[in-house]
Structures are given as C-alpha cells and as structure tokens.
Design a binder for this molecule. Structure first.
Ligand code: FE2
Length: 439
C-alpha cells in the first residue's frame, strides 16, 4: 500500500478511533426471581444490553446439571433519560417444579450464560409456614441492611423477600445506570428467592418505567398491583402512588380500587378463606405513622387512608375497604423508621384485650418498616405519638415474618445498627378471620 492509500485507510478508521467501538453486552446480569403465583412455577428475569436469546437451563440440585431448559422472551426497554439507553429484559417462566425441591440454574443464551444460582421451589401446601424478609426504602448508596440480608438469604433463612417500594434512589438516575447497579446489588438476594415488590414514590420518574420494566410480578399490571397465595395467606400488593401521581392517570386509582375490591371478595369466599384465612397487604406509603416529616401518613386525612375529595369523582381511601373485608395485616414502608401499631381502625385502637392486644385483634394490624438504608438516611419521630403507636425505632433494619399456620403469625424487627439484634417482636393470633372477627 502506497503512502497515499495508507493515509486514506487511517482517515477511514478515524471516526472509530475517536468514538470508540461500543463493547458487546451479551452477558446476562441483574438476575432475579419472582413467584408467578401458580404452584410449581418460578419466573427468572435478567438483563442484557445487546439482543440475545432467553433461556434458563436448570436441574434438581444434586442431579444432572441443566438437564431441563425453558425458553422465554425479551422486551426492549429504552430509558427516557438523555442517552435513551437500551436494554433487553429477559423473562422465562419455569413450570412443573416439584414443591420444596432445590434447583440449580443459569440463564442466558449461547451468547453468554450467567453464574450458577439455586432456589427452592415454593411449597404449595396451605400448611407450609413461609418465612419472609420485609423492608422498604433500600438504595444503591448507604444500603445499610444489604450485607446482612444477602448473607441471611444465602443461609436459607427466607423463602420470599418483600421489598415494599423505593428502590435504588433512583433507578432512572445517571441514565438508569443506578437502576442497573442496584439490580446487580440485590442479585445476591433476588437470584435465590422470589423478590416480590410494589412501587414507591422513588419509582415515579418517567411514569414508573424503570420499575414497570425491570420487575415481573404476577398479573397484567406491569407489577403495579397483584395478589398471590402462599401457605395459609393471601397476599395483596398495591400501589399507593396512584393517590399521588394523578398526572399518570386518575383512572389508575379507580382501576386499582375496583380490582382490590374484587380480589378481596374472591379471597373472602368461604371456601377460599377457610384454606387461606390470612389476608396480608403491602403498599409503600402507610395510612398511619408518627414521624415528624409531614408525609401523608402523619395527617389525619391521609390520602391512602381516607381517599381524596379534590378529585372528580372523589377517590375512596383504603382503610374502610380493608376493614370491611377483614384484612388482617398491613405492611408499609416509606418512612425511614420502624413502627408497630396497635390494632387500629378510624384512628382508634381496637386491641384484642388489654393483656393480649394481638390475640383476636378487633382491627387490622399495621407495621411500617422502611429503614433498610438509603442515601436519605433515617427519619425522626414526632415526640408525641398517638395512642395507636406501640413501638418505634429509628435504627436501620428490616423485618422478618413467618406465617406459621391459620391462627398464628410471627413478626420481628432486626436492627442493623445493633448488629442484627431483634429489637421488637409480636405474635398475631386469630381464631377467626374476616369482617365478623372484629366484633
Ligand atoms: Fe417513599
């Protein structure tokens, strides 16, 4: 090649040398599980940045590795930030799993496989006593409880994790790279046990698009609201955010409310409630709290609790609905504190008895656990809580719950500040469930 041709060749390459060639991203990452609600199933979700196939290869632990395979598909998610970053979210549902059996799996395609993970298929018996970790408000920065949760999950202490809204702080930031990094952070939990979620206010940017695209909850609501069963409990996950971000559609609020009522009616059919008498809700913003931050839950006319009168038509709140259908336990977050309430309805305490407040309580029991750790640190309490406030802590930490059987649920709160010490615990005991149990 003569000197002139060589010069042209270099010039021809120049744009590539200046801009760089983007790396090929076919390696699966951000692997996480969710429970689709059908006994014997598990859904695997992961991300690649280039398009690849979507396969999970799996097998019974101790058996032949990867002797089964399931295929799914991928959806393109384009973040709405300035870079319009693109990623492929892969979803594969495994079915026909043997209950309570441990499986080993990896996910990806012939363009790249993930690490090898394992999970135990959920026991579908109504006499199963599932164990949960529960928390909200866990961020990419200052994720105080994360290491403890990672280790405890890997030790097999939990069957399911409930993340009650507010992820990453915030998933959309840095053109959704914060979301990517957060999903990598929780992989060491979420690739091993179903990671069940609901949306919080920190997911609201671009109409919750990072939340709706990255998680894969049951139902067809892009993970906004759904229900599922495990052991002797019926779980309902909901969006409290429909009460606040009306710009994304007031109709969502009414749609959810209508769905909630139908779902509660179904759960209350005598044959259903006999098998799964516990009804447990999870939503991000509490109806009640005694923090000093002027949030919705600090107000008597909390939108979540009492609804909104400034909409057309007025929007019903959730307290009466949940009371009417005998919801037993309501799990919340958002406040970066822990607060346990006495059984409460209409701002009044309805303990089972003076000696045993949580034995046959005459109203739903509320627990707020939103101090897993994030860049906003913890919140402060108002010095004069109302009568319904039973126990409060500003330590970083998270909750544990076991639905033991049809009459007993155990709940406790772990302090990360106190090196994993259990700082609060209760047994909720109910011999009767449903609306009639309040009287
Ligand atoms: Fe929040």
């Amino acid at each position: 090649m003569g000197p002139v041709h060589a010069a042209w060749a270099v010039l021809g390459l120049a744009p590539l040398l200046v801009l760089g060639i983007p790396p090929v991203w076919t390696q699966p990452e951000q692997v996480h599980l969710s429970y689709p609600g059908e006994p014997g199933s598990m859904l695997v979700t992961w991300t690649t940045f280039n398009k690849t196939g979507s396969t999970v290869e799996y097998g019974v632990m101790g058996g032949r590795l990867f002797d089964m395979a399931a295929k799914g598909d991928a959806t393109l998610f384009v973040d709405s930030g300035t870079e319009k970053r693109r990623m492929f979210i892969h979803r594969v549902t495994l079915t026909g799993l043997k209950p309570a059996t441990a499986y080993v799996y990896h996910c990806g395609s012939d363009d790249g496989w993930s690490d090898v993970f394992s999970f135990t298929a959920l026991n579908d018996s109504s006499s199963f006593s599932p164990r949960f970790a529960l928390y909200g408000d866990l961020g990419n920065e200052n994720p105080q409880s994360l290491a403890r949760l990672q280790k405890e999950t890997q030790l097999g202490m939990y069957d399911v994790v409930l993340h009650i809204g507010d992820f990453a702080y915030d998933m959309h930031e840095d053109n959704a790279r914060i979301g990517d990094e957060f999903m990598r952070q929780i992989q060491s939990i979420a690739a091993y046990v179903p990671y069940m979620t609901c949306p919080g206010n920190h997911e609201s940017t671009y109409n919750f698009s990072n939340y709706r695209n990255r998680f894969s909850m049951p139902g067809r609501t892009e993970s906004l609201w759904y229900s599922w069963n495990l052991g002797s409990a019926h779980f309902i996950s909901l969006s409290t955010e429909v009460y606040f971000y009306l710009e994304f559609g007031l109709e969502l609020l009414f749609k959810q409310f209508e769905w909630l009522e139908k779902d509660l009616q179904e759960a209350n059919r005598p044959e259903n409630r006999a098998v799964r008498p516990w009804i447990i809700t999870m939503g991000h913003r509490p109806m009640y709290c005694s923090d000093d931050d002027q949030d919705d839950c600090t107000k008597f006319d909390s939108f979540v609790r009492r609804g909104r009168n400034d909409t057309k038509p007025p929007a019903p709140g959730l307290e009466d609905l949940f009371y009417r259908y005998g919801v037993d336990l309501e799990l919340w977050a958002h406040e970066h504190t822990y607060e346990r309430l006495w059984p409460v309805y209409g701002d009044k305490v309805f303990n089972g008895s003076k000696e045993q407040p949580y034995v046959n309580p005459r109203a739903p029991v509320h627990v707020v656990t939103g101090s897993a750790g994030c860049r906003e640190r913890t919140d402060r309490f108002n010095p004069n809580p109302k009568a319904w406030s039973a126990f409060r802590s500003t330590d970083y930490g998270y909750g544990r719950m076991q639905v033991v059987n049809t009459t007993h649920i155990y709940l406790e709160q772990v302090s990360d500040d106190q090196y994993g010490k259990v700082i609060d615990s209760i047994w909720v005991v109910k011999e009767e469930h449903g609306f009639s149990a309040w009287f």
